[in-house]
Design a protein around this ligand. Sequence first.
Ligand code: CA
Length: 143
Amino acid sequence: MKNVFLDKLNLYILGPNIIDCKSRYNEIVNPGTIITTPNHPGNYENNKICQVRIRFSGRVRIRFEKFDVETASSCRYDFLEVRDGDSSTSNLIGSKLCGNTIPNPIESSTSSMTLIFHTDGSVVRSGFKIVTELAPPSPTPSN
Ligand SMILES: [Ca+2]
């Protein structure tokens, strides 16, 4: 399996990158870096705010390989936020993510993306495993 091989290769070269739960938060600059929640595939911990910034030479795409985050309406307990830029206040892409359905890949509009993972005081799951990729350039608008 080509993807399995590449993932293993990247894991070997770059190492897994665990989303950082205390500031100053990590920054990822190498496409192919894998990001997981702490202790994945074991459960994450309660009461954490974790964050990582991804900054590439072009647009960022994240692809979810594993995703299991406490399910709640409006994802009000545990959630992952994907922000379109280099900070936790950049525009949110889509809505907060939770539950156990693998989300579709997400792309940034510029060369950076920020992930924020938040957990509340009870119920933990195995979290996520994300592969970072360089997205193709945006199609030029036609007019
Ligand atoms: Ca929880």
